[in-house]
Write a protein that binds this ligand. Structure first.
Ligand code: FAD
Length: 347
């Protein structure tokens, strides 16, 4: 439903029942699941193009970047900016957009395609809501697997929060030049990450497999060349179980092993892959995934169907959840592409 003014169509403003709390409308032009860098940009762009949008998000602390203390590739911030601050800026812009309902902390629990529309069911303020929209933008991101010690993931957080343990080669590889690096992981992805890090000329790279045999279960055709390349490049590995970390005051990544030994590195690098790639909603809507588990889209970020490879009308996937590079400028660009496409095509 729109208000007509002088021949131009204007979207209805999102009504705030209580200041700061949007009222849930029955329908929007865009439904956006996830309010990280991609989802917030999708909502903002929808508003700038004269459309309404509902953004459903669990909260900024679930964004991948929330714990990044300094990001160096964000235009306009020559001294770097933290992920936390950048999210604050994006949230502030979205809160000013009058046609965007930003629901947080809220959790989408179901999606469906009903005739030519989508519905999203979400929980917010202890109530379940169902909203309809012509276009659905999936912007759920991916969740890193965190190294655990004795089954707990908390021990590494202080080192991660001080960027003494990194998670993203494209984001932080440049920080590793002339540093000794411990790469955490035991599989082919970890081995390839250790090799890729050599590009940044660290003083040394060592693989810590956290008690697992290195490359166990990797098909021989892949295992043998990987093991040979690791040996050729001088990347050693330690299979010992890790029982704790230390040296945070010295701003180093100290690792305590089960046999009582200890090693000290300039940096750690977690190469454990993803804990959750948020497959549930795209799978239920018939999406196709690539070999790494990302949602496959075309260049307008339209989700491709598993059955035929054709785009699914009105369904978009943006940011880390789709196939592409897991970077914030890419999250923004894909959000813009999706919304501009829907604006031209459907709305
Ligand atoms: C340590 C670290 C450092 C990084 N540094 C950089 C850097 O320097 N430069 C750079 O460009 N990139 C960096 N990145 C990558 C960057 O964080 C991601 O590319 C970016 O966050 C992707 O944005 P996104 O919106 O796709 O996903 P996210 O920002 O992860 O947001 C996804 C959102 O979706 C929400 N969500 C998921 N499911 C639901 C649901 N069912 N209901 C409601 N909400 C849901 C989540 O709660 C989350 O808020 C870094 C990442 C890490 C981990």
């Amino acid at each position: 439903m729109r208000a007509e003014e002088g021949g131009l169509k204007f979207p209805r403003r999102v009504v705030h029942a209580v200041p700061g709390l949007p009222r849930v409308q029955e329908s929007y032009d865009f439904l956006v699941i996830g309010g990280g860098h991609a989802g917030l940009q999708a909502g903002l762009k929808a508003s700038l193009l004269g459309h309404s949008a509902a953004i459903v998000d669990r909260g900024p602390k679930y964004s991948r970047s929330y714990y990044s203390p300094r990001m160096d590739n964000i235009p306009g911030f020559p001294g770097g900016i933290s992920g936390h601050k950048l999210l604050d800026e994006q949230v502030a812009a979205v809160r000013k957009a009058e046609t965007v309902g930003y629901f947080t902390p809220a959790r989408a629990v179901a999606v469906a395609r009903v005739e030519r529309e989508y519905t999203v069911t979400f929980e917010w303020l202890k109530q379940t809501h169902v909203v309809r929209g012509r276009a659905l933008v999936l912007a759920q991101g991916v969740v890193d697997r965190i190294p655990s010690v004795g089954g707990e993931i908390d021990p590494i957080f202080p080192w991660a929060n001080q960027a003494l343990v990194d998670f993203c080669i494209l984001c932080d590889g440049h920080e590793l030049t002339r540093r000794s690096v411990a790469v955490l992981g035991d599989d082919a992805f970890a081995a390839r990450t250790a090799l890729d890090l050599l590009h940044f000329r660290p003083t040394s790279v060592e693989l810590l497999t956290l008690g697992q045999p290195l490359l166990d279960g990797v098909p021989e055709v892949e295992r043998a060349p990987l093991a040979a390349t690791l040996a050729e490049k001088g990347i050693q590995h330690t299979d010992l179980e890790v029982v704790g970390f230390d040296e945070i005051r010295e701003k180093r990544f100290g690792v305590k092993f089960a046999d009582g030994s200890h090693r000290s590195y300039d940096r750690g690098f977690s190469a454990l892959g993803w804990y959750d790639m948020h497959h549930e909603f795209p799978r239920s809507l018939g999406a196709k995934f690539d070999a790494d588990g990302y949602v496959m889209t075309d260049e307008d970020c339209r989700v491709l169907t598993e059955a035929t490879g054709a785009p699914i009308p009105g369904l978009y996937c943006v940011g880390d959840q789709r196939n592409g590079w897991n970077q914030i400028p890419e999250a923004w660009a894909t959000a813009e592409r999706a919304v501009i496409h829907a604006y031209g095509e459907y709305l």
